[in-house]
Write a protein that binds this ligand. Structure first.
Ligand code: AMP
Length: 398
C-alpha cells in the first residue's frame, strides 16, 4: 500500500491530507494553525474530527511532528508507524520560469524556490518551511514540490508577455505567470475524460471560481492563456481582489491620497472586489443573500462578476479559435447553479447553453449542457490535493 502525505504550508498554518494511493482515498486530514504564536490543531479521520487541541507549536517542524503523531495515534491513527509515509507532496506557490512541472525536492530545487521568493513573497517562504520541516522530521522520505504556476508555463509569448519595456521582463521576470495551475490541470484532464476525447484534441475553458478566481484557456491539454498575471491580482472580480483595472489607477490613487504604491496594491488585493462593490462581504454567499434581499450594490457586485467571467470565456474562445468545453469549478463554480446559468445566458451565439434541470443544485462531476449545445459545459469538483498526491506518486515511483 502506498501512502502519501500532502502538505500546504502557510506562514502560520499547515494543512494536510493523507492518502492511500491504492484507492486514492483520503485516510485523514487536518490543519495546524497559529504556528509560532501558540498552536491549535484539528485532525479528522473519515470526515469526523477525532482530535482538536491547543498545543504549543513554535515552528513548522513541531507541527509536522504533531501530524505524524496523529496519523500514528494508538486510538485513531490510520497507520501504525511513521515509516509507512512513503512520500510527501508539497503545494508551492511560485516556480517562476524555472519549473514547468512538479519536481522531486533536492538542494537545487530548494535554491530555485528560494530564488522565486520575490515573486511569491508571502507563500514561497512558508512553503519552504513546510518542506524543510518534513525533511527534518522525516529524513530520507522523498519530498515533491508541486507548483501553482507550472501548468501555465506552456503559454506562448504573446499570452505571457506584458507590452512594457522588454528589460523589465529580462531583468525582473515581469510577465504573466498565472496561478491555480494544479486546479486548472486537474479539471481540464477530468473534463477530457468526461468528454470522451483525448485532451490533445480539445479546446477547453476552465473557470476556477472561489475566493480567488481565474480562468484558463487549455488548448490541446496545454495552457494557452490564463487570467491571473505576475500576481493573483489580475483577471476576474474576486472576493477581495479587484481583478483587471487600468494600471494607472495605482499611481492616481497614490498621488491623490499620499498612500504608497504598495499600500494601494494591498488595498486592491484585500479591500476590493465583491467586498468593495457590495460594501457587505467578500464572500459570494453573503453577497448573493444581500442581492436577493434587494441590495443594489450587492446586485451590481454579482453582475460585475458574471460579466467578467463572460468576458474571459468570449476572449479565450476567440484566442483559441473556438471552444469545445467549458468547466466550472471551486467553491462558487461547483456550488452555485445561479452563477453558472447567468454566465451561460446570452452565450448561445457561441454554442454555450446549459440545461436548467441538469444545472440545478450541487453534486457529482457532470455535464450540464442543454441538448444539442455545440459547446459541452461541465461542473467538476477540483481536487488539488489529489493532483499533488498523484504527481508525488508518479515522480517518486520512478
Ligand atoms: P473556495 O476558495 O474554492 O473555497 O471558494 C470560496 C467561495 O465559494 C466563497 O465565496 C463562498 O461564498 C463560495 N461558496 C462556497 N459554498 C457555496 C455555496 N454552497 N453556494 C454558493 N457559494 C458558495
Amino acid at each position: 500500500m502506498l501512502h502519501i502525505l500532502v502538505i500546504n504550508a502557510g506562514s502560520s498554518s499547515l494543512k494536510y491530507q493523507f492518502f492511500n494511493m491504492d484507492n486514492r482515498e483520503v485516510l485523514a486530514k487536518g490543519i495546524c494553525e497559529r504556528i509560532g504564536a501558540g498552536g491549535h490543531m484539528r485532525h479528522s479521520v473519515a470526515g469526523k474530527v477525532v482530535l482538536e487541541k491547543d498545543t504549543d507549536m513554535p515552528d513548522h517542524s513541531v507541527a509536522v511532528e504533531n501530524v505524524l503523531a496523529a496519523l500514528t495515534d494508538a486510538d485513531y491513527g490510520v497507520i501504525s508507524d511513521m515509516s509507512m509515509v512513503d512520500a510527501v507532496g508539497h503545494r508551492v506557490l511560485h516556480g517562476g520560469q524555472k519549473f514547468s512541472g512538479s519536481m522531486v525536492v533536492n538542494d537545487a530545487v530548494l535554491a530555485a524556490i528560494e530564488e522565486c521568493i520575490p515573486l511569491g513573497p508571502l507563500h514561497n517562504p512558508a512553503n519552504l518551511m513546510g518542506i524543510r520541516a518534513c525533511q527534518k522530521v522525516m529524513p530520507g522520505v522523498p519530498q515533491v514540490a508541486v507548483f501553482e504556476t507550472a501548468f501555465h508555463q506552456t503559454m506562448p509569448e504573446q499570452s505571457y508577455l506584458y507590452a512594457i519595456p522588454y528589460e523589465y521582463y529580462e531583468k525582473y521576470g515581469i510577465r504573466k505567470y498565472g496561478f491555480h495551475g494544479t486546479s486548472h490541470r486537474y479539471v481540464s484532464a477530468r473534463c477530457a475524460e468526461l468528454y470522451g476525447k483525448p485532451a490533445e484534441e480539445l479546446k477547453i475553458i476552465t473557470c476556477h471560481l472561489g475566493n480567488g478566481s481565474s480562468v484558463a484557456a487549455v488548448k490541446g491539454g496545454k495552457c494557452f492563456d490564463t487570467s491571473m498575471g505576475l500576481t493573483p491580482l489580475d483577471g476576474l472580480v474576486m472576493g477581495t481582489r479587484c481583478g483587471s483595472i487600468d494600471p494607472a489607477v495605482v499611481g492616481f490613487i497614490s498621488e491623490q491620497t499620499g498612500a504608497s504604491a504598495s499600500d494601494v496594491v494591498t488595498m486592491l488585493n484585500k479591500e476590493s472586489g465583491l467586498l468593495a462593490v457590495s460594501g457587505i462581504s467578500g464572500d459570494y454567499r453573503d453577497v448573493s443573500a444581500a442581492d436577493e434581499a434587494g441590495n443594489h450594490r450587492a446586485h451590481i457586485a454579482r453582475e460585475m462578476l458574471f460579466q467578467s467571467i463572460k468576458r474571459y470565456i468570449g476572449g479565450y474562445a476567440a484566442e483559441m479559435g473556438g471552444v469545445d468545453a467549458l468547466v466550472f469549478t471551486a467553491g462558487i463554480g461547483e456550488n452555485n447553479d445561479y452563477l453558472r446559468q447567468r454566465v451561460a445566458d446570452g452565450l448561445e451565439f457561441m454554442g454555450i447553453s446549459v440545461d436548467p434541470a441538469k444545472n440545478a443544485g450541487r453534486g457529482e462531476d457532470r455535464e450540464i449542457s442543454a441538448e444539442g449545445a455545440r459547446v459541452r459545459t461541465f461542473v467538476i469538483s477540483t481536487d488539488e490535493e489529489l493532483m499533488i498526491a498523484m504527481d508525488t506518486e508518479e515522480l517518486t515511483s520512478k
